[in-house]
Design a binder for this molecule. Structure first.
Ligand code: SF4
Length: 263
């Protein structure tokens, strides 16, 4: 009997040791993952503290970027809508190179509705995903002509009926052209900065645009939403770049849980 008890306790010790080892490995893995994705660690703060920090971030952004605005060149709601559709997976600089000729050739929604597929494709080719973008522009032109009297509508519900228009594009047109803060534009810069600044509470990562928008809208005052997106985009381009953020030169460093976590 004694010998059996000894054997049992020995087995127990071995199991305990193995479990301990597993826990250590899991902890190391978690640490490694967090280190590989700086900013992934959520900041532990109450909602009230989060909103106060968001206001401080907003104040700093207003000081650093007093005139932050949309970088896509446009003179009308239609031009902004077209430029925003073209900006998917493309830089604003590239879109700004393409649009002057495009707007001369297609000055209104009727022109887009009647556009020749091949000709339009050739004009937007350099912005990438040109086949889909061409279909979107022609479809958008037709819906504007057939359902909205040729004008770009000013409500989220109506904008979302246009081909190629999702919330990001609709928010951009509503906020930038119509001055309506319906939501926050979430592009790659906004997603990245929101994650690094510890502003996400429900979004899983910096690609989860719908939840990122909800999290930001919950933290920042409504009247700041359009400005906030433009300012974060400028900060993402100037300082908090994807690969090499310049934390030492960053105006937001004091509020950022990810500062200096990049190797
Ligand atoms: S300190 Fe600034 S540059 Fe560095 S991660 Fe934070 S926001 Fe980006």
């Amino acid at each position: 009997m004694k010998a059996k008890r000894g054997a049992k306790s020995k087995t127990g010790q071995v199991r305990k040791k193995a479990a301990g080892k597993k826990r250590t490995v899991a902890k190391k893995d978690a640490k490694r993952k967090t280190a590989a994705r700086p900013g992934a660690a959520r900041r532990r703060e109450s909602k009230a503290a989060g909103r106060e920090r968001a206001l401080r971030i907003l104040t700093t952004l207003r000081e650093a970027y007093p005139r932050a605005e949309c970088a896509l060149r446009h003179r009308s709601a239609l031009e902004l809508l077209v430029a925003t559709i073209l900006s998917a997976q493309c830089t604003d600089e590239r879109v700004n190179l393409v649009t002057p000729d495009l707007f001369r050739r297609y000055p209104d929604s009727e022109a887009f509705a009647q556009a020749n597929h091949e000709e339009l494709e050739a004009m937007v080719r350099s912005t990438g995903f040109f086949r889909n973008k061409t279909k979107s522009l022609i479809g958008m032109g037709r819906t504007l002509r057939d359902q909205f009297g040729g004008e770009v509508p000013d409500t989220m519900e109506q904008l979302l009926q246009l081909r190629g228009v999702a919330r990001k594009t609709a928010n951009c047109v509503l906020g930038t052209w119509y001055g309506k803060n319906e939501g926050v534009v979430v592009d790659t810069h906004v997603g990245r900065l929101a994650l690094r600044l510890g502003l996400l509470t429900s979004a899983r990562d910096d690609k989860d645009a719908v939840k990122i928008e909800r999290d930001l809208a919950d933290l920042f005052p409504r009247e700041s939403w359009t400005y906030l997106a433009h300012a974060l985009i400028q900060h993402g381009r100037r300082i908090c770049q994807a690969r090499k953020p310049q934390c030492a030169a960053c105006e937001l460093a004091v509020e950022c849980p990810s500062k200096n976590t990049f190797g």
